[in-house]
Ligand binder design. Structure first.
Ligand code: KG4
Ligand code: ZN
Length: 357
């Protein structure tokens, strides 16, 4: 390990009272190479995302080995671009925050390696952050009503290609998982259905788009686990039901039915997510919901949450689409929060495919 010689950035050495903190965020947990510059945890000076969608499209999903190789090619370019767009130099950066968990190990290693090098070369603190917590922080970055310094309870729904979980955030921002998918993540199910329907990759955006003028009641799929007493989800059942039905009735796969099939799948998946989230609000007596992750970009999900919020008298916060997807601005924003608290990482931090918060 190269950077183990000393950890001069312990809590005492960091000036926590600075008026301005400019954080470089780095995110490479899956297939997007991202860097962003954020001022005081709130103001995005730049946010650069290099997507690998075109590369992984032909495989119908992310190929980890290819993803990490592409991160290696892109990471310096993306960091330079973030600095240049923010019109700053490395000297202006106060700390570097990087996702080191959870994610694809090879992908995480590239971002963490770059962050360690940047931190060491520029003699600034390194802050390792949790990708899921960063998704939650995208909500605070997007909306001034959310201030994690204030004691407040939230239900958080994180829905992406790798995760579909419900969390309870208590007044001290302790994050407790209260439910998770027992099979596919919802984004993964969107991607698999899109692949089956020959709609390309990633599946979420295209299913969202073609469902807009389609019939969501074309097939009324059973909503898995909607009545179960827990807060877990299952999405592979809806996917299997769609495949089973179309194998049994091949005419359903005719061109004119594809959008209706997609819309019916989307309606079932969204229904389960919204209803279970509302149920969690009632059980834990929470009236604020934070939705994040790539699938939070889904227009039907946003619409249904908006209806539910009005009906149930709760507030649902969903970031703008760019901040729903993987990005480094959310990493820098969480990094600022940890920086203020003095949560500086050792230079020998590792990467983890799975972790608690
Ligand atoms: O958070 P994210 O960018 O990366 C992960 O951490 O997984 O999420 C990517 C996932 C993909 O599965 C993609 O299909 C899905 O988010 N997604 C959507 C939409 N946009 C992206 N799913 C449904 N509707 C969308 N509009
Ligand atoms: Zn993500």
């Amino acid at each position: 390990m190269i950077f183990q010689e000393n950890n001069k950035f312990n809590n005492e050495n960091v000036n926590l009272n600075k008026d301005t903190s400019i954080i470089l965020g780095i995110e490479t947990s899956c297939d997007d190479t991202c860097a962003a510059i954020v001022k005081n945890g709130k103001e995005i000076l730049s946010s650069v995302v290099s997507s690998q969608n075109e590369i992984h499209e032909k495989y119908g999903g992310v190929v980890p080995e290819i993803a990490s190789r592409k991160h290696i090619e892109m990471i310096d370019v993306v960091i330079s671009e973030a600095l240049s767009l923010a019109k700053i130099t490395p000297d202006d950066i106060n700390a570097v925050a990087v996702t080191n968990r959870p994610g694809l190990l090879g992908s995480l290693l590239v971002g963490v390696g770059a962050a360690k090098a940047f931190s060491y070369y520029n003699q600034i603190p390194l802050i390792a952050v949790n990708h899921l917590k960063a998704h939650i922080f995208a909500n605070a970055l997007a909306n001034d009503e959310i201030n994690f310094d204030l004691p407040q309870k939230y239900i958080s729904l994180i829905v992406s290609g790798g995760h579909s979980s419900l969390y309870l955030l208590d007044k001290n921002l302790v994050i407790k998982e209260i439910g998770h998918t027992v099979d596919d993540a919802v984004g993964e199910a969107f991607d698999k259905i899109a692949r089956y329907l020959n709609l390309g990759y990633p599946g979420g955006p295209v299913i969202d788009k073609i469902s807009k003028n389609a019939n969501p009641h074309f097939i009324e799929f059973t909503r898995p686990m909607i009545e179960s007493g827990d807060f877990n989800f299952s999405f592979s059942g809806i996917k299997t039901a769609l495949i089973y039905k179309t194998k049994k009735f091949p005419d359903l796969m005719k061109e004119e039915n594809i959008a209706d099939l997609a819309a019916s799948f989307q309606a079932a998946a969204v229904d389960v997510l919204v209803q279970k989230t509302i149920k969690a609000c009632k059980k834990f007596k929470v009236d604020k919901v934070l939705v994040s992750g790539g699938v939070a970009a889904n227009s039907k999900l946003r619409e249904e949450f908006s209806y539910a919020a009005d009906k149930e008298n709760i507030k649902v916060y969903i970031p703008p689409i760019k901040l729903c997807m993987d990005n480094a601005a959310m990493v820098a924003s969480l990094g600022y929060f940890e920086f203020k608290k003095g949560n500086i990482s050792n230079p020998d931090i590792d990467v983890y495919s799975r972790t608690d918060f």
